[in-house]
Design a protein. Sequence first.
Length: 207
Amino acid sequence: MTKLLYLKASPRGADSKSTAIADAYLAKFKAQNPGIEIDVLDLFSEHLPEFDGDKVAAKMTVIMGQNHSDAEKTLWDEITGIANRFISADIYLIATPMWNSGIPYKFKHYIDVIHQPGLLWGLDPENGYFGLLQNKKAVLALTSGAYGADMPSPAFGIDHQSTYLGSWLNQAGINDIEEIRFQPTLLTSDPDSDFKAAIEAAEALAA
């Protein structure tokens, strides 16, 4: 069965435009694919462990090709369990606003927890990083208040949102990435029409 993991990276609940756009995509996609399994992960409600020095040490043990100590194995098993929820999905639906030209800190925290050697990526000494996830797809619902593709940059912000997410997904082996954008959400003459257009774009992409 195909599995879709829906990552919500906004704390604004029903007021979130990125979530509303992703919800529109998901409703249409479910109608087209009634048998799909859906897993929803709200990053502002989910408890994530601190990626502290002990977990970094466990990570370096993996990179060095060594065996974990009993304490490191316990920590690494916790990381692996969280990462496996991500790894098990076939499609990723990601709803995220732009914060300070990047992504919300809870989303970055999640990425730092799951993006680990032997789980999402490997490293070849001669050829560099390579992704371990294959035949997967990501759909990004992206919003930003002032930044937009037609707005002067950096005066109205810089896109470290989609570029960072694209680089992260690519490094994990995910190259099939679609974007739905409502940017800017504030500095537009007709925000309601622009939002409606983003909803329609989401539904069209899902169909």
